[in-house]
Design a protein around this ligand. Structure first.
Ligand code: AMP
Length: 176
């Protein structure tokens, strides 16, 4: 775990003052690191039946696609508003200033399908919460949520676990 943590680049004050941006491109770019991250993210779900991984744009696509391949299941993209080509349903979520919207294809999930949510990082949990709501609105069952990085001070993990979704994270960083 600490080896993987060393592969994450921290960029202070990006994209704005006060934010410590945890850049996973350096982890993804390291062959052994990327392989280990995918293996560790996949591990708890090897024995669980999962129909699809739902990855959150954009870094959740990179991790989620590889995890879906390892699990032998499908992949569903959850995208920023206006990007999906077919009929989509949207869910708003709060940002520090204002709101944003993510979308899923309305026919991406069949009733009762078991879905694993994947993103690179959980901060306040607002994005992952919106993804869980979208999956539940399309009548999927959320069986877990996996993130490479947790920022525990922002409380996102507790927010997601309060929705009865167990989280799996590989590493934690202090601060925002
Ligand atoms: P949140 O909705 O607050 O949990 O934010 C999670 C989303 O914002 C993820 O898709 C992350 O990629 C991105 N994000 C939030 N904070 C950071 C950070 N400090 N470094 C890198 N990405 C971040």
């Amino acid at each position: 775990m600490s080896d993987l943590k060393k592969l994450v680049r921290t960029i202070p004050d990006y994209p704005k003052p006060g934010i410590m941006f945890r850049d996973v491109t350096t982890l993804f770019g390291d062959a052994q690191g990327f392989k280990a991250a995918i293996a560790q993210l996949t591990e708890p779900y090897r024995t669980e039946p999962i129909d699809a991984v739902a990855g959150i744009e954009a870094r959740g696509f990179i991790l989620g696609g590889a995890i879906a391949d390892r699990l032998g299941c499908g992949f569903i993209p959850i995208r920023k508003k206006g990007k999906l080509p077919w009929k989509a349903i949207g869910q708003d979520y709060e940002l520090e200033y204002g709101t944003d919207t993510i979308e899923i294809h309305e026919d991406a999930i069949k009733e009762g399908e078991r879905i694993l949510v994947v993103d690179d990082l959980i901060a306040t949990g607002g994005t992952a919460e919106a993804a869980i709501k979208l999956i539940r609105r399309t009548r999927g069952e959320v069986v877990g949520a996996a993130f490479a990085i947790d920022l525990p001070e922002l409380g996102g993990r507790s927010k997601i676990e309060a929705l009865n979704v167990r989280c799996h994270v590989l590493m934690a960083f202090e601060g925002h």
